[in-house]
Structure formats: structure tokens, C-alpha cells
Design a protein around this ligand. Sequence first.
Ligand SMILES: [Cu+2]
Length: 414
Amino acid sequence: MLRNGIVATSLACALFAVPAFGKGYKEIEVKNGSVIRGTVTYGKAQPAVITAGQPECGPTVDNPNITVINGRLANAVVLLTGVKKGKAFLESQKKVLSDQKKCVFNPHVALVAEKGSITFRNSDPAMHNVKVSNPTMRLNFNEGLAKQGDTMTKSFPKAGKTRMECAAHSFMRAHIVVMENPYATVTDGNGHFVLTDVPPGKYKIEVWHGDLGLEAVVSVDGKDKDQSPSGTKIKVGKNDDIIVNAAFAGGTLKGLTPPDPAKFGSGEAPAPAAKPDAKPEPKVEPAPTAKKEPKAKKEPKAKKEPKAKKAAPAPEPAPTPAPVATPAPTVVQVAAPTPAAPAPAAHDGHSKKVDGKGVKPFADRSALPKLLILLIILGGLVTPAIGYFGIHDSPLRAMICKATEKIPFLNKKS
Ligand SMILES: [Cu+2]
């Protein structure tokens, strides 16, 4: 009896056990853990705001895609791969909130534990939508959040990186990183990041930006390392304090419209509080000529990027060319209200484009009457055709007759 009870309890425990977050990852108490910290830079200024061109969002919205302040790159993801055991996932990594507010996804990069969930919320009085399509990560949804306060929750079964967007507003793009371990973070407004409690071992460190990919030159304790598609090798000892800096060089702002050239350059938005950092502040001037397209958007594993151009390592990024004056010439219009330039890029096949002003999220209901008229015309053609081909006494005719007998208005005697 007692044994049966124990067996039943164990079974129940096994069935309702808390899911393990991170496939194959084991949470342990970390002793003598190390710190990995540093700065991510980008040698090219970007506008602080972009043109929205849709009334519900106002004329401009904050530029979420590439945020650069004094050459420091915000929203770059720094993560370790190959960590099999270490500190526990935080609750805030298991259950994440992604808020759509003022037509911007917040946070721009949602970091969520593998097997964790994200609740998407619409905090605007306008309709938004969340669209994610990534078969490798077993993700495929495209759902609207029709009104303010609406939410939906999705779970994330497989580690990886993917883009999300709002199908109602083509400029609303953000990223999701599903973490195989808790050692992942995003650079703040000063380009800083810190990873703590890293257990001793050999890992790979990745510095990735949703719009710039992996094309950064990474230096570990002052030595340049080649960042392969799977990251840069790093050896972590006990109680180490490892400085990792990364510099992105090329890349252009794609699919977004800068509203006002006068607002170009750095220092537009106030930077969040800086974390302590041994390195001096690099001073970066805008570099308007783009040599290279970023090739971002793709999942990083797809490409083998040989040594990115040896741009300046972190502390002295990008040499400086002509002052601001001209806006980045390669910028493309997407949501601009002007009738010019049709919208290129930025979307895969799922969205429906509507007259260059953006994307309509749901099926167009105005097509319904047209469909009805089409059905009536077809019916009008088919009925005489049946008579014409003389299928009297055929089983098909009998079937049709029987069916029409049941339709009252066809059999009404006048
Ligand atoms: Cu939206």
C-alpha cells in the first residue's frame, strides 16, 4: 500500500515536473565564476528616429533597428555557446514580456530561455500584429493584437535567433533570441554588456546584431579574434575578468526612412547609465559611405563569413570621414507617405503589400461581395450547360433535382 503510494507520487512528480529550460543544460551552483564584459561599437551613425508614415504611429518613431550613440551599439546580443552547466535561468528569462508601445517592440531583442515563453502585448490604441516564421526553431505564427491591452503568449521550443515583425507596420521589426543557457545578454545604450558567474571552461562567444549579423571583429583581452559563424573561442578560468570588445564596421540601414538629415549622427537619445568599463570612450564620427551591405536578416549559421574586414578594434572604431551633412544615401523608403519609391526588402512572402503604404495584416473583407457575384455567374453558366449536354436520367441530374427540391424558393408555386 505504502509502496504503491510512493510509486504513484513519483509518477505524478515525473509527469508534472517543472520543464527543464535549455536542452541538455544543467543548473548548478557556480563557484569561482568569472565575469566577461566589454563594449560593442559600430562605426557608422544612424538616425535616432525614422519616418513612420502611418497616422496611428505619428510622423516618426524611435529607430529601433540600429541604435548608435557615440559609436556605441545598443541591442547587440552577446552570448556563450557550449556551456553545459552553470547558473540557473532567471524567472525573467523564462517568462518574457514583449510590449508593442508607440509602434516599437520593447525590448528590441527579447531573450528567452529555450522552452520558455513570451507574452506579446499591444499597449497602443492602434492594431498591431506579431509575425514570426522560422521553421528551424519550430516557430510560425502571424497573429493580430487588435486592441489596446490585448495579449497572446507563445512558447519557444528550440534555441536560435529569429526576427519578428508587425505585419501592420512595416518599420516595426525586432528580434528574438532563444537561449540554450542563461549566458546571453544585450548591450545597453552605451554598448556595454556583462556576463556574470561564468563557470571555468572553454566556450564560444558570439557577438550578433539583428541587422548587422555576426560581422564584428572581436577582441578578447586585447587580442583580435576571428569570429566564425559559430562564434569566437574563449577560455574561462576561475574568477577571471575577461574583456571582450567587438567592432562592427559596414552595414546600412535597410528599409527605413530617416526623417530629417539634421537629426543624423550620434548623441540624439540619452544613454542609459554606463556600467564600469576599463576602456576609454571611443569618439566616432559618422561614416556616411557604406562599403558593404550587412547581409544580416539571415540566420547566422547559414553563412561562413571569413575574417570580417579588419576594422578598428573596439576602442578606436572607424576612422572618420567627412562630417555629417549628407544622409546615408543607401537608405530605402518603406513606409514613407510619399507616392515615390515602392517599398523594397524587409518582407518575406507572407505579408500582403498594399499600395506601397505598408502591409495589410488580415484578409481583405471587401473581396466577399465579389466572390458572391462570381459564384452566381458560375451557377448561371453551369445549370444550362447541364441541360445542354443532355444528361437526362443520369445519376448526376437525379442528384441535382433532389437537392433543388429542398430549396424552398426554387420550388415555390406562384
Ligand atoms: Cu504594428
